[in-house]
Design a protein around this ligand. Structure first.
Ligand SMILES: *[C@@H]1O[C@H](CO)[C@@H](O)[C@H](O)[C@H]1NC(C)=O
Ligand SMILES: *[C@@H]1O[C@H](CO)[C@@H](O)[C@H](O)[C@H]1NC(C)=O
Ligand SMILES: *[C@@H]1O[C@H](CO)[C@@H](O)[C@H](O)[C@H]1NC(C)=O
Ligand SMILES: *[C@@H]1O[C@H](CO)[C@@H](O)[C@H](O)[C@H]1NC(C)=O
Ligand SMILES: *[C@@H]1O[C@H](CO)[C@@H](O)[C@H](O)[C@H]1NC(C)=O
Ligand SMILES: *[C@@H]1O[C@H](CO)[C@@H](O)[C@H](O)[C@H]1NC(C)=O
Ligand SMILES: *[C@@H]1O[C@H](CO)[C@@H](O)[C@H](O)[C@H]1NC(C)=O
Ligand SMILES: *[C@@H]1O[C@H](CO)[C@@H](O)[C@H](O)[C@H]1NC(C)=O
Length: 487
């Protein structure tokens, strides 16, 4: 019954198999490898799109060569580092630990560790945030260590974490935790134990002290909110843009760390599920999940027409085939939060469609987006400097190993990670702990997270509009902007 059972062992240097490059929208069908899997492993093949056929200008590859994804960890069920075997047994006896009810959802990297979120959608989830080493060869199913501690994961203690769907770790080593406060979201009786909160931990201090910021019920209803995912924008006081996929009031919540101010922006057209995309067919199972705005990503800084610095925020409902974009400056405009639904509609851009639905997504520091295509067992990427309709690429496709790509993250050495969690089985309550249910895949790309994106210089320096040297400065800023675009 040990999750670390050697039967789960996956050699960390798996044989890789290269497949011909395919563009997502190329007419060629994308096949799974029909050669036998020589080991019990992975072999996420697939790869990198060569220059799209339509790119007649240059034969050179648009996408730099990518290493293939490989399985680094896999679990049949999640187990923990307990204080003692008796403690584990007590938790089991009291149904405070029900192994098949623990699902990995989110992932982040910091200081050689992977932080994993374990949302308490069902009962029997002893911790909602935990960590494992990112680099080790001892086991392929490491036990999870609750973070910051067992005590700070206690159900019903509002000084502790209750329900964490996702976290982000910003460029200053601050961990931003979305704690919904409400547990048992997939049970008959979801229980709003504590106020929905943002919890901050300054990882630099090594003390792991939690700063809890309860969110006001008028803006974030504890009965219905579902703080799903976030990006952090480390500018002007540090902002988080948070997707709230509440079934009754979906929106994007903006939180400014500086003064702890919060507001919510709504646009049903781009943030609600659409009927034609609520069915997911995957691995012989069909689930109906009319889930609203979910994945979110943040683009590099750019210089707008008025010389201000802006960034693009990308988002999509889970049950949708569209990817939407809005400028961060619009989300940051508090006065739009006070207005009614649709106030931001004129600023929302529909970038076009994907071939399937997407749960998590993550952007690198240069504007490359990684995302899953759930119904197609696919991991895709898009270089956001290219039109979305033409620029999407399949980088991995495998019906046996990519069974619901949930969240992505980057480490500090050029790897991208993705959690695969068979969420469709979980929501249907048909998880079998005799099978591998959770995997973490990794690929070396040489890229780093959007949080390390380049800082552009704010317009006008100190705002002195003197004569003389100004034209020169303006010209060099322009060059800088052009250089940035060309990078
Ligand atoms: C993204 O596209 C731009 C413009 O076409 C190109 O300069 C850049 O190298 C691309 N990035 C990657 C990682 O392929
Ligand atoms: C758990 O339950 C079993 C069976 O009822 C019992 O034998 C065992 O002592 C219990 N363990 C603990 C630590 O309470
Ligand atoms: C894991 O194994 C590889 C090669 O076998 C080795 O180079 C590496 O140092 C090992 N890493 C750890 C953390 O033990
Ligand atoms: C949440 O539900 C409880 C119980 O039904 C109710 O008393 C409370 O007013 C609700 N809170 C909000 C903000 O709607
Ligand atoms: C964002 O702002 C830029 C510059 O002001 C504008 O050109 C662009 O269309 C806007 N993008 C979106 C997604 O609204
Ligand atoms: C914020 O939005 C309001 C309402 O549309 C607009 O009048 C105002 O100019 C905006 N402020 C900024 C800084 O863009
Ligand atoms: C991709 O997924 C969509 C829906 O999720 C499905 O309609 C479509 O047939 C799939 N395409 C392929 C090639 O699997
Ligand atoms: C579902 O996935 C498992 C594990 O990869 C595989 O053995 C099984 O054949 C799949 N079932 C269907 C119906 O695709």
């Amino acid at each position: 019954m040990e999750a670390g059972d050697k039967r789960n062992r996956v050699p960390s240097h798996a044989e890789l198999r290269l497949q011909p490059s395919v563009a997502l929208h190329a007419p060629t069908a994308i096949h799974a490898p029909n050669t036998a899997l020589t080991t019990m492993l992975l072999v996420l093949f697939a790869i990198v799109a060569a220059a799209a056929a339509q790119n007649e200008k240059s034969p050179k590859s648009i996408t730099p060569h990518r290493e293939q994804f490989r399985v680094i960890y896999e679990w049949r069920f999640i187990d923990f580092e307990w204080g003692s075997p008796e403690e584990r047994e007590t938790y089991l006896n009291n149904s405070n630990y029900i192994p098949q009810n623990v699902i990995i959802s989110g992932i982040n990297f910091h200081g050689d560790n992977l932080f994993l979120t374990l949302p308490r959608m069902l009962n029997g989830v002893p911790a909602t945030l935990a960590m494992i080493p990112a680099f080790q060869n001892e086991t392929t199913a490491p036990k999870l260590k609750p973070f910051p501690s067992w005590a700070q994961n206690k159900v019903g203690d509002c000084e502790s974490l209750q329900f964490v769907q996702n976290i982000e770790i910003d460029r200053n080593g601050i961990m931003w935790i979305l704690d919904n406060g409400r547990i048992g979201t997939l049970t008959q009786t979801p229980d709003p134990k504590c106020p929905p909160s943002i919890v901050l931990i300054d990882l630099k201090t090594g003390k792991n002290e939690m700063e809890r910021i309860p969110l006001p019920a008028e803006i974030v209803n504890p009965n219905t909110t579902y703080l799903n995912d976030l990006v952090v924008d480390n500018r002007d006081g540090d902002y988080a843009y948070i997707t709230d996929n509440s079934a009754v009031d979906p929106g994007i919540i903006v939180f400014r760390r500086d003064d702890k101010k919060i507001w919510k922006l709504r646009d049903k057209r781009s943030m609600s599920s659409v009927p034609e995309a609520t069915l997911f067919r995957i691995n012989g199972t069909t689930v109906n999940l009319p889930v609203n705005v979910d994945g979110i990503a943040l683009g590099p800084q750019f210089r707008a027409e008025d010389d201000s610095i802006d960034r693009t925020v990308y988002y999509c409902p889970l049950a949708s085939f569209h990817l939407f974009a809005i400028n961060a400056s619009v989300l940051r405009n508090e006065s739009l939060g006070e207005r009614s639904e649709g106030a931001i509609r004129p600023y929302v851009v529909d970038l076009g469609t994907k071939s399937s639905q997407t749960d998590g997504m993550k952007m690198d520091s240069t504007g490359i987006l990684f995302y899953g295509l759930i119904g197609n067992s696919t991991i895709a990427e898009w270089n956001s400097t290219v039109d979305f309709r033409a620029g999407q690429r399949t980088i991995a496709r495998d019906p046996n190993y990519i069974q619901w790509a949930d969240r992505f993250t980057f480490d500090d050495r050029g790897n991208v990670y993705v959690v695969v969690n068979r969420l469709y089985n979980f929501v249907k309550n048909q998880v079998s702990i005799e099978e591998v249910n959770y995997r973490i895949l990794r690929s070396h790309t040489g890229l780093k997270s959007y949080i390390y994106g380049e800082d552009l210089m704010p317009p006008g320096g100190h705002g002195q509009h003197g004569a003389g040297s100004i034209p020169k400065l303006a010209a060099s800023l322009l060059l800088l902007a052009v250089a940035h675009l060309l990078v």
